[in-house]
Design a protein around this ligand. Structure first.
Ligand code: C2O
Length: 542
């Protein structure tokens, strides 16, 4: 196995987009950022130097960081941020991992522009479980903001519940012809008739889940969250922020120019968001470049059915390790406390984080970020009131894990703030039910767990009922981010065999800012192979 070295300078650069020139935070002046290429089993070393006036960290989303939690990246969870002028070297091994992942900043809302792909090829001599494609292309879905990302977070938190729609959706940083001054700021793939292409689709958007489609072409999903799936063909797919999907596309249509479109999936009511799709082109060799393009049809923004269709088709290609027995049953309600909070409480007494009108919570606990690193303080046993270890296993004491609760809705007025974690013994086999709630606005929440993939053994709409839920223990998808169905639930299973402090949160940045997150502490096991080594010597300080 080999070692891949990368040098990342977090720096601002002037970028002109949507008719405006502004300073954008980038890595090495690139937007989207550089691609990290590696092979399964490789060590990856990335030296990150922060040349901006504010803090920064980088998270390697979906990299399981086996025994290397120190390099996971979420600010104040595993590490203190890298301060202005400082350097931190991330150093981790891609143990049993290959496929498409992403990296992104994990401080404030910096990931709005600080993101890029991680491509992990199979080991030498190992082939894809499908015929080798003619070529591969990376497709990163994003949102572009004319406001600076840190100011945007502040404005959202202090704005009394106002949310700001993205100024543009982008494919590989490019909005395409639907947007002002963007006719030439468009991403194109050149294809040859008859050939098959592998598209590595990554959703790096900040606040919106997205549909993706190509006019007149089938998308055959072969991988989701860097795990092979049984091939499954759809006309359009939904990718949640943090998720990745590899699809095969055969250029089997008459020679021509075909639109690729990306547009929002927004299941919530009463939310303002941009509807204009980003457009790119899937263009056959031999087409006049500026000619007519077949237009792509996206589902309507609230098409839950289109989302379920993709979810229902996701099956792991090879599974054999789904935990059949469970040591701990957890039931987490996830939700936004919106109108109830607003109408019952004048702004001041609302108990959301940051004194805002809105709160988001898990089991009625709205997460407050500490100003130290949880992992460091846990490791050195200097908890000192920075956090507690009493995150509840269910929203209420009376929750009945066998028969289910008659009504899973949390009482929004009782959400409290806190920095609470849940401790898991090494090797615990966990089943976690994620139940979407919200008395006014339910919404599909992309829940991401750091440090693990989990088996999505079941999901459905309405309230979870353990007597009715059908479990797939044979070939469930093995994901790191799951879009919990709107007003519904998902059941996930994982074995807590990677010691450290692992953040779990909604990957819509705005919900994370409102408190939709928590952290698991996974204790060390017995031998060295079950124990987190000490931190590196250059570990940042708060
Ligand atoms: Cu991709 Cu904690 O996130």
């Amino acid at each position: 196995r080999s070692t891949r070295f990368y040098d990342f300078k977090v720096q601002t650069r002037k970028i002109t987009k949507l008719c405006e020139t502004k300073n954008v935070v980038t890595i090495n002046g690139m937007f989207p950022g550089p691609v990290v290429y590696a092979q399964e089993g490789d060590r990856v070393i990335v030296k990150v130097t922060n040349k901006t006036p504010h803090n920064a960290t980088i998270h390697w989303h979906g990299v399981r960081q086996k025994l290397s939690c120190w390099f996971d990246g979420p600010a104040y969870i595993t590490q203190c941020p890298i301060q202005t002028g400082h350097t931190f070297v991330y150093n981790f091994t891609l143990v049993n991992q290959k496929g498409t992942l992403l990296w992104h900043a994990h401080f404030s809302w910096l990931r709005a522009t600080v993101y890029g792909a991680i491509i992990v090829y199979p080991r030498n001599g190992v082939h894809y479980p499908f015929k080798a494609p003619h070529a591969e292309h990376i497709i990163i879905l994003g949102e572009y903001w004319l406001k600076n990302a840190i100011e945007l977070e502040q404005a959202t938190l202090t704005g009394g519940g106002a949310t700001f729609p993205a100024d543009a959706y982008t494919i590989n940083g490019r909005p395409g012809p639907n947007y002002n001054c963007s006719t030439n700021d468009v991403y194109k793939i050149q294809v040859v008739a008859g050939k098959t292409y592998l598209l590595r689709i990554i959703n790096a958007a900040l606040n919106t889940e997205h549909f993706f489609t190509i006019a007149n072409h089938k998308l055959t999903i072969v991988e989701a969250d860097a795990e092979y799936t049984k091939p499954f063909s759809v006309d359009r797919l939904m990718v949640a922020p943090g998720q990745t999907m590899n699809v095969l596309v055969k250029a089997d249509q008459p020679i021509g120019k075909y639109s690729m479109a990306m547009g929002p999936y927004m299941s919530a009511r009463n939310v303002s968001f941009r509807k204009t799709p980003a457009i790119g082109f899937f263009q056959y060799k031999g087409t006049t470049p500026n000619g007519f393009a077949f237009s792509a049809q996206l589902p309507s923004f609230n098409d839950n059915f289109a989302v379920m269709k993709v979810m229902n088709g996701l099956r792991s290609l090879n599974t054999n390790k789904v935990p059949l027995e469970i040591d701990r049953n957890l039931f987490f309600t996830i939700g936004l406390n919106v109108e109830k909070c607003r109408s019952l409480n004048p702004m001041k007494s609302c108990q959301g984080p940051h004194g805002g009108v809105l709160a988001a919570s898990i089991n009625n606990i709205s997460f407050i970020s500490p100003n130290i690193s949880l992992l460091q303080n846990y490791y050195y046993n200097t908890i000192n009131g920075h956090f507690t270890e009493d995150f509840p296993a269910a929203p209420s004491k009376s929750y009945d894990f066998v028969n289910g609760a008659p009504n899973n809705s949390p009482n929004d007025t009782q959400s409290v703030t806190g920095t609470r974690t849940m401790v898991l013994e090494y090797g615990t086999r966990v089943q976690l039910i994620l139940q979407d709630t919200g008395t006014v606005t339910t919404e599909n929440h992309p829940i991401h767990l750091h440090g693990y993939n989990f088996y999505v053994v079941s999901y459905g709409t309405g309230n979870y009922n353990p007597n009715k839920a059908k479990l797939n223990l044979v070939d469930p998808p093995y994901m790191n981010t799951i879009g919990v169905p709107v007003g519904g639930w998902a059941a996930i299973r994982f074995v807590a065999d990677n010691p450290g402090v692992w953040f779990m949160h909604c990957h819509l940045e705005i919900h994370m800012s409102w408190g939709l997150s928590m952290a698991f502490i996974v204790k060390n096991g017995k031998g060295a192979s079950e124990t987190l080594p000490p931190p590196p010597t250059d570990f940042p300080r708060c």
